[in-house]
Design a protein around this ligand. Sequence first.
Ligand SMILES: Cc1ncc(COP(=O)(O)O)c(C=O)c1O
Length: 400
Amino acid sequence: MSAAAPIVASSPHVMNTYGRLPIALSHGRGCRVWDVNGKEYLDALAGIAVNTLGHAHPKLVTALQDQVAKLIHCCNYYHVPGQEELARLLVERSGMSNVFFCSSGLEANEAALKLARKYGHDKGIERPEIVVYEKAFHGRSIATLSATGNPKVQAGFGPLVEGFIRVPVNDIASLKQATEGNPNVVAVFFETIQGEGGINPMRAQYLKDVRALCDERDWLLMIDEVQCGMGRTGKWFAHQWAGIVPDVMPLAKGLGSGVPVGAVVAGPKAANIFQPGNHGTTFGGNPLAMRAGVETIRIMEEDGLLENAANVGAHLKGRLERALGGKPGVKEVRGQGLMIGVELDKPCGVLTQRAADAGLLLSVTADSVIRLVPPLIMNMDEADEVVERLLPLVEAFLAE
Ligand SMILES: Cc1ncc(COP(=O)(O)O)c(C=O)c1O
């Protein structure tokens, strides 16, 4: 019998919003995934920093199967015990106090922006303004794309939402200058490590300085940890490396290890801004999503994944630095834990397909930054394999 014809991935009826690779994935296990034709890939992308526990983690599979058989959804007309449980876990790990649940990163950020505006209105500020950053990415709703610092994301969707002041990263003087004498400022909003913008970390001293400024001026410090949070850098939340605590922290991506879960964690300054009727969502906090979040955190702790992310990340970054650092065509290897970027001096989007051909899933962001955000379960051997598959591709690309 002749072999079945390979299945070619195509989507004639799905809206054409993504530049997809011609690959359709079928299943996964740990850090490996297979496509519908049986080709194996090592996953250094984790569905863009989502699959915290890799694929088909046996403990998560069992828990989700149990939950699906009990109750998937019931809406927020009723108490959902899992919400209290996941909120407690997040509060304990963040040092903050209350949580609102939603289903995605942009929803979490949208809620944060509403919190900031209402914080202002409650203080009598009628036209509140929020400081946001160059190269930021906060999502693709009208408000979050307005907060995003990428003209490509905004093009075609004007008029943008007003009330944002944009500043460069890691420059406290610019922040002070841009807000000087402005009584309408209510919040400062950024990612600890910009993800889509090219793996750009905020320096620890800058984080401390902004925290101090927010305290001095009574602004909310709002830190988008949608991509860099949930253990990816080796601490629960990336800003914790600087020893600060924000007032508002949107989360999503890795929180449910693949099940859509978003959350806005608030400290005491922001915990009581929303009152019944101010905000809500049908899917947010449903029992399946909450079980995914609770089990993700429990398994992360049982399996030592924070330490693993720190150690394997340092090893991976170290190897990339030694192999590529200082080479002509390589600008920088940067990041923390399992959130690593290799910036080249020319656009390198073609590497996503070439890497896939070589059995490696990764992404290129901000045109010229190779992004590695693998599952937090990745081990040292797999990290070595990432390097061994990636280096020849980068070297050949730089020689072109
Ligand atoms: C930092 C950050 N915030 C928000 C978002 C938006 O999240 P979502 O795609 O779940 O809406 C992303 C997505 O890449 C992100 O990286």
